[in-house]
Design a protein around this ligand. Structure first.
Ligand SMILES: *Cc1c(COP(=O)(O)O)cnc(C)c1O
Length: 476
């Protein structure tokens, strides 16, 4: 498989070359040159495979410069019930992403948050850890990952990279601004390759420091600084797999359509659904749900894409969707404009100069229905009402992000196909909001009962670029 930049002005590369990189040299995002099509007979065969083998069958088409046997080993080792143990019904943990029907055959939840950090980021990042180690070993290289987190991504990255010899992780977090659970989750890791840096400032301060360090090309090169951000193609590829796994568990017969509803922020999760659909998986529609930060809903309703400033971004009770600019959206727009890199460049030029683009009235907008998107937004009050309703009617606790998607999916009025909501986090992570919704705190997995009591390993630093650089230089 060859990978092209959405902006069309960067070299064509292979998977291993883009794995450790961020943006393409022309500022675009790498995408596969085509989406391999999977015919119906092949889908039937795949439907009988356990998750690890299914993942290998799909990923080998994209990661084809990794020897097939090696890839099989990495993938099968990743997708086990030992790594994803926290299923709602432990007997179903071996499915990795088990389906829970709320209404049998009609409305279900696909559990994507049974990994170590109880959020769906683990689905891709656990594999990314294996892939990084494999490629770094073959090249005899090392990598220092620098990132900023307000919670989920940072901890999923740390759990994926803990103990890996060729990788050091330097993760900046805003001191005193995460929940005790989130803090304990990250800071209790004792592996010497994990460096938790609590910055005296906000998440934006932490992110600005990471940006400043990344703009110092000389420092970046000297210390081999990389990232594990949401635009990483391997993460998207890994996420394609669970759409297939979810489809096979919910379709009445292989070939019948199923709709998926996705709590969205950076457009990474739902982009994987779009790709699965392009590969021939019979996805009826893709229901995109946002919270009050509704940039994406605005686009799918009006044709206007207008990213917001961080000052216009609300802090909500589904915080992992508090995003003002959807970093993976460019990959979808590339397909929408018929993979015309010049057309894409013009749109992103408009974003630079006027702050938005408007597709209404263009031929691209006329094509949008082919892609099957439906969208909607949800508010704090909707989230609480939905969590309460799902608990009282079905006896199932869902987290606020999943609740956004359940809210929007119910409003979408889809009657003729099963609807599967992607469950992106466990309720246990959001005890405060759950208490507000149902009056009690959700139980958490027994293995994590003492999380906040475990010893913590964290270095506190002022929000100062030079001090962070000094720390990285001393420990890289
Ligand atoms: C990251 C995240 C999302 C948003 O996913 P995107 O791929 O950024 O659209 C939704 N819910 C949870 C719990 C998350 O951690």
């Amino acid at each position: 498989m060859e990978y092209l930049s959405t902006r069309g002005q960067a070299p064509v590369l292979k998977f291993s070359d883009i794995l450790l990189e961020g943006l393409a040299a022309d500022g675009g995002l790498y995408v596969p040159a085509h989406y391999p099509h999977i015919p119906l007979e092949e889908l039937e065969r795949l439907s009988r495979l356990p998750y690890g083998e299914l993942a290998w069958e799909l990923l080998r088409r994209y990661l084809d410069d990794i020897a097939e046997d090696d890839l099989a080993r990495l993938v099968v080792r990743t997708y086990t019930a030992t790594r994803y143990p926290f299923a709602r019904h432990p007997a179903r943990a071996a499915r990795i992403t088990p389906l829970t029907w709320l209404e049998e055959g009609r409305f279900g939840l696909l559990e994507l948050s049974n990994g170590p950090t109880l959020a769906f980021k683990d689905m891709a990042l656990q594999l990314l850890g294996e892939l990084f180690e494999y490629v770094l070993e073959r090249r005899d290289e090392r990598l220092n990952i620098l990132g900023a987190t307000s919670g989920d991504t940072g901890s999923a990255a740390e759990y994926a990279m803990r103990g890996r010899e060729r990788v050091q992780v330097f993760m900046l977090s805003p001191a005193g601004r995460m929940s005790p659970f989130q803090r304990a989750q990250m800071y209790s890791l004792q592996e010497p390759n994990i460096h938790n840096l609590a910055v005296e400032g906000t998440f934006d301060d932490a992110q600005d420091i990471v940006k400043a360090v990344s703009q110092d090309a000389e420092f970046k090169r000297r210390h081999r600084i990389g990232a594990v951000n949401s635009i990483n193609w391997a993460r998207i590829a890994a996420q394609v797999v669970y759409y297939f796994a979810g489809y096979f568990q919910s379709a009445e017969r292989v070939g019948e359509p199923v709709a998926f509803a996705v709590p969205s922020g950076n457009f990474g999760n739902i982009l994987a659904g779009h790709i699965a659909r392009q590969m021939g998986l019979p996805i009826g529609c893709l229901i995109l749900a946002t919270n009050e930060n509704d940039v994406l809903d605005e686009f799918f309703r009006t044709g206007v894409y207008r990213p917001r400033a961080s000052s216009e971004t609300f802090a909500t009770s589904s915080p992992s969707m508090d995003i003002s600019k959807a970093s993976n959206f460019e990959r979808f727009v590339f397909d929408l404009v018929g993979r015309d890199a010049e057309a894409l460049r013009r749109l992103w030029q408009a974003l630079e100069t006027q702050g938005y683009f408007d597709l209404k009235g263009t031929p691209y907008w006329a094509r949008l229905p082919e892609f099957g998107f439906v969208s909607g937004r949800s508010t704090h009050a909707d989230r609480l009402a939905t969590i309460r309703d799902v608990w009282t009617r079905h006896g199932v606790l869902i987290d606020p992000h999943t609740a956004d998607a359940v809210t929007v999916a119910r409003c979408a009025g889809i009657e003729d196909t099963p609807v599967v909501v992607l469950e992106t986090a466990q309720a246990a992570k959001f005890a405060e909001t759950l208490r507000e919704a149902v009056g009690f705190e959700p139980p958490r997995p027994a293995e994590l009962a003492d999380l906040e009591q475990r010893p913590q390993r964290v270095t506190r630093l002022p929000a100062d670029v030079q001090q962070v650089k000094d720390y990285v230089a001393a420990h890289a």
